[in-house]
Design a protein around this ligand. Structure first.
Ligand SMILES: *[C@@H]1O[C@H](CO)[C@@H](O)[C@H](O)[C@H]1NC(C)=O
Ligand SMILES: *[C@@H]1O[C@H](CO)[C@@H](O)[C@H](O)[C@H]1NC(C)=O
Ligand SMILES: *[C@@H]1O[C@H](CO)[C@@H](O)[C@H](O)[C@H]1NC(C)=O
Length: 948
């Protein structure tokens, strides 16, 4: 009996093996067939016949091809049906290969494991095969910027997991398919966040049936098509929407009142249609930034009241909309208002922009109205244009405000001071003054929420986010340069991007396809204000980069010239070698953290560092422009904080102790030793230090999105909904738990507050500034006696009274942070303490403990605040009077995790999705599934992690 089973097993094993190696052979054959079908495949494909050995751009698992990433490889040819053999394929990215042409093979339906089909900006044409609907695992389908024709296949509606559907910028025609009896349609895509169909030739109505209340759409981009009929009233059912672009179609009828229900919309474009009827009531769009209703024939209407009540508006474009009457001065007090375009209306009376207009106001264009007077004229920085109004047709034509709009010079990354250095083309000077071969392309932002495209602040945030993403993705980028931001006809903001390689000789193919993939897969996320984007990459000339490298040796020339010249060359070579040697020595010194340690200064043996680097004073001054004022990003009791950029492009924050607040060498050493040992994804990590020329500086990683306090106060422009706040609470709690329970020796933070919790580019919370922290030293001691430090409002009263510091003091401060998270109020406001305020307002018998008036109004705009009561209970337990009654940080972590589960998702999967370390180990795949930066609610996505 046992023997028979044994035989059976053996047979099965052999069978599996045969089957397996056949499948594997199929993969090899298919890959070789694709190689033959394409020109310019990577040279590494010539060496071995096994694509899984070391073919660039190909990744395998168990001998089967699972990933093909060949974006921006200059491939030429067709995507043949051979691809259908790769039945284990999960990711296919062939973007930015403009010479890949032909139609999309219908055999592609065999790729049942494919999650990402990314063919952005290639030369594909012909109709989309209906078989696309059989790609059951697909999450991202990006077929934008090709020349596809024909209709959108209704079968796409069958791809239940589809989250990202981008068909924009093709020549698609026909209607938008919706389900009907047995026929599938796009209304079935309940997990989809993105319908990007702009720049096509779609016709017909936008079907009423397309929108349902249980959809999760965030962006609908239908601009620049030939859609007709009315805007369906069902649009108002999709409460998750943030960007709505229906402009540049032939839509008719009146705007349905239900549009006023879209309370999360930040960008609304209905311009350039044939809309009629009354001026829409948009008073409900309370977070609206960008509104464009221009060029429609609404009924003549006086200025609607929502002109002055939409507090988040940056941009109001309503030219040619039949507006009449007088503009209220209150419009110009909207705090973030930047541009107003009300040309070609019948506005009349006196223009009054009030005494305190928004300080971001750039331009008010009122050309061709009936305005007869203008009272406020002292605001030189604001450009007012009244040409074509009665006020300009009389005697005052010479006034500024009667001239045409000024042209402004576009933004460009400021070159650092590179002296007279220049590069021979095709090399380009990088912002760090090096000549190399950049990868270049255009970022096209399809719906930015700002219009002041001359303000450099916004581009600084963009370039920071690019640099830090490339770092996280471990891409070999030295620096980047942004230039020439401009709006094109359909209001896309286009910015030229140059990415400079770390290696002077240029990027290799792995580097380029990695960079290209970070854009094509939407793994890179710009700051929220930039909204949805698409990148178009230019060809990268690998041969040029290789050539440029070789020709620098100059050997050939040397042999051809006379001996006299040779002598000169030899001397020059000698000098060169000598300088190189000096450079090498200096480089060695700089890379050794011990070389600079000042042993004579009584600071003991060289510090035992864990990955932290010693910087010289000279280096840090170079990285910070000599500690210039423009690099200063903060000031504290201890000194100043500066922002700097390392040669490898990493952005750093440098805490420079001011004279008089430096500590002894020994203490400083102890501190950096301690800090360099602390590594956790919810703690800001130490990059290095400087102990040189009497200075003491700590160098930290720079965290892009600033402090939680900034976000709560609305300063950073990042909106925090309930889920985001829970995630932040959990992250910060885990950071503190690590300090208390896992750091050795344990560390008490002593200054936990919302100002010391930072948010990275993916809104992961990172606890900062445990520099003043006190190590508990001897693990047997449970408290240390020390001088009281901390911040009013967060301080543990028990510690204040007894000066006995324990971990429970941090727990108290954290309780205050939790209350701040739900109320967005300062701990002490108008003399009232937040803890007291919450306790007074609280009534446990009522819904949400009756805290409606105390809660931050933004938190619950849309979501149900599930578990809020538990959250409040937890906060109040943390601020119990005596430490013994407070929970430990690990209790706090568990409780927050429980609340998150109540809200329907797994905090562990969540933290994995948010963790940078996980990202790097997973390769740069699928970041877009964690869409948290521009998705208001990051919790509904069909991420792989969720589905596990
Ligand atoms: C606009 O809609 C709001 C409700 O969202 C309503 O309170 C207000 O009266 C409406 N305004 C007009 C002018 O209809
Ligand atoms: C402005 O236009 C409105 C509506 O057309 C009209 O009622 C009003 O009298 C005009 N005001 C002036 C000062 O011309
Ligand atoms: C530039 O933008 C920043 C942030 O968006 C803002 O604080 C600042 O006031 C703007 N500057 C001008 C001149 O508008």
């Amino acid at each position: 009996m046992g023997e028979r089973i044994g035989h059976l097993l053996l047979i099965i094993l052999v069978f599996i093996q045969v089957w397996f190696s056949t499948a594997q052979n199929n993969d090899f054959t298919a890959m070789r067939a694709l190689k033959d079908a394409w020109d310019n495949t990577p040279p590494s494909w010539e060496g071995s016949s096994d694509p899984c050995s070391d073919w660039e751009g190909i990744r395998c698992t168990n001998g089967r091809v699972t990933t093909i990433k060949l974006a921006s490889m200059n491939l030429k040819g067709r995507l043949t049906g051979d691809i259908a053999q790769l039945t284990e394929l999960q990711i296919l990215d062939l973007s930015y290969n403009k010479d890949l042409t032909g139609s999309l093979t219908s055999a592609i339906e065999n790729l049942k494991k494919l999650t990402d089909l990314i063919l952005v900006d290639c030369g594909f044409n012909g109709p989309l095969p209906n078989s696309l609907g059989n790609l059951d695992s697909l999450i991202q389908m990006s077929l934008n910027s090709n020349a596809f024709t024909g209709p959108i296949p209704p079968s796409i509606g069958n791809i239940e997991k589809l989250y990202w559907l981008d068909l924009a910028d093709n020549r698609l025609s026909g209607g938008i398919p919706v389900s009907n009896g047995g026929t599938p349609g796009l209304d079935m895509l309940l997990n989809a966040g993105h319908f990007h169909f702009g720049k096509n030739m779609l016709t017909g109505n936008i079907p009423e049936r397309l929108f349902r209340s249980n959809m999760s759409l965030i962006h609908i981009l239908f601009e620049d098509n030939q859609l007709i009929g009315p805007i369906p009233s069902t649009l108002g059912l999709v409460k998750t929407l943030e960007v709505v672009r229906l402009d540049r179609n032939f839509l008719t009828g009146s705007v349905p009142p239900s549009i006023n229900d879209l309370i999360r919309v930040t960008d609304m474009f209905l311009s350039n249609n044939r809309l009629t009827g009354p001026m829409p009531n948009l008073s409900g769009l309370i977070v609206l930034n960008y509104l464009d209703l221009s060029n429609n024939t609404f009924d003549p209407s006086s200025v609607p009241s929502w002109f002055s009540t939409l507090e988040s508006l940056t941009t109001l474009n309503m030219y040619s909309t039949n507006l009449e009457g007088q503009l209220p001065a209150s419009l110009f007090r909207i705090p973030q208002l930047q541009n107003v375009d009300l040309r070609n209306n019948a506005l009349n009376g006196t223009l009054n922009i009030g005494t305190a207009p928004s300080n971001q106001l750039q331009q008010v264009n009122l050309q061709n109205n009936q305005i007869t007077d203008f009272t406020q004229r002292s605001q030189d920085s604001i450009e007012i244009i009244l040409l074509g109004n009665p006020i300009c047709t009389e005697t005052r034509v010479d006034n500024n405000f009667c001239s045409l709009p000024r042209n402004t010079t576009p933004y460009s990354t400021l070159p650092n001071n590179c002296g007279t250095k220049f590069c021979t083309p095709p090399r380009v000077l990088s912002p760090n003054c090096r000549c190399s071969f950049p990868y270049t392309g255009n970022l096209n932002f399809r719906a930015p929420s700002f219009s002041d495209i001359g303000n450099s602040t916004i581009y600084d945030s963009l370039s920071d986010s690019l640099i830090s993403s490339f770092q996280i993705f471990q891409l070999p980028v030295e620096s980047i340069s942004l230039s020439n931001p401009h709006k094109v006809f359909n209001e896309y903001l286009v910015i030229k991007l140059q990415i400079f390689p770390i290696e002077v000789k240029g990027f290799n193919r792995t580097g380029i396809s990695g960079l290209a993939f970070s854009f094509s897969s939407q793994a890179y996320k710009p700051p929220p204000a930039f909204g949805p984007y698409v990148f178009s990459g230019e060809n990268y000339d690998f041969s040029l980069a290789e050539l440029g490298h070789k020709s620098s040796s100059g050997v050939v020339i040397g042999a051809a010239v006379g001996s006299c010249v040779l002598v000169v060359l030899l001397i020059l070579a000698g000098i060169y070698a000598f300088r190189q040697k000096g450079r090498a020595e200096r480089a060695y010194q700089e890379s050794s953290p011990f070389a600079l340690w000042d042993v004579n200064n009584g600071s003991g043996a060289v510090p035992q560092l864990n990955g932290a680097k010693a910087f010289s004073f000279g280096e840090l001054s170079k990285y910070t422009n000599n500690f210039s004022e423009s690099n200063n990003i903060g000031t504290g009791g201890y000194g100043m904080v500066y922002k700097g950029i390392l040669l490898n492009g990493q952005i750093i924050a440098i805490k420079r102790a001011k004279l008089g607040s430096t500590q002894g060498g020994l203490e400083f050493k102890t501190e950096i030793e301690l800090l360099s040992r602390v590594h956790h994804k919810n703690l800001v990590s130490l990059v290095g230090f400087c102990f040189d020329q009497g200075e003491q500086m700590l160098v930290y990683e720079y965290i892009v999105n600033g402090t939680v306090k900034d976000s709560l106060s609305g300063r950073s422009g990042i909106r925090l909904d309930w889920m985001r706040r829970l995630r932040i609470a959990l992250g910060a709690a885990k950071g503190l738990q690590y300090l208390h329970d896992l750091a050795d020796p344990p560390i008490i933070h002593r200054d936990v507050k919302t100002n010391n919790i930072l948010l990275d580019e993916r809104l992961v919370a990172k606890v900062a500034d445990f520099g003043v922290s006190k190590s508990l030293g001897d693990a047997n001691r449970t408290h240390v006696t020390t001088q009281v430090k901390g911040t009013m409002g967060y301080m543990d009263p028990e510690y204040y009274m007894t000066q006995q510091l324990t971990e429970k003091s941090d727990v108290y401060s954290f309780g205050v942070v939790l209350l701040e998270l739900i109320t967005a109020r300062n701990p002490i406001e108008k003399g009232k303490y937040i803890v007291k305020k919450v306790k007074q307002a609280m009534d446990k018998s009522k819904e949400l403990y009756n805290l409606h008036d105390v809660l931050d109004p933004i938190i619950g705009l849309t979501t149900q605040l599930k578990g809020l009561e538990r959250f409040v209970d937890l906060s109040l337990r943390c601020v119990e009077e005596t430490g013994d009654h407070r929970p430990t940080m690990s209790d706090v972590v568990k409780e927050i995790e429980g609340i998150m589960e109540l809200n329907g998702f797994n905090p562990n999967a969540e933290s994995a999705a948010n963790s940078a370390e996980d990202f790097t180990t997973r390769g740069s795949d699928h970041l877009y599934t964690n869409d948290s930066l521009f998705a208001y609610s990051g919790d509904h996505f069909p991420t792989k992690l969720d589905s596990k």
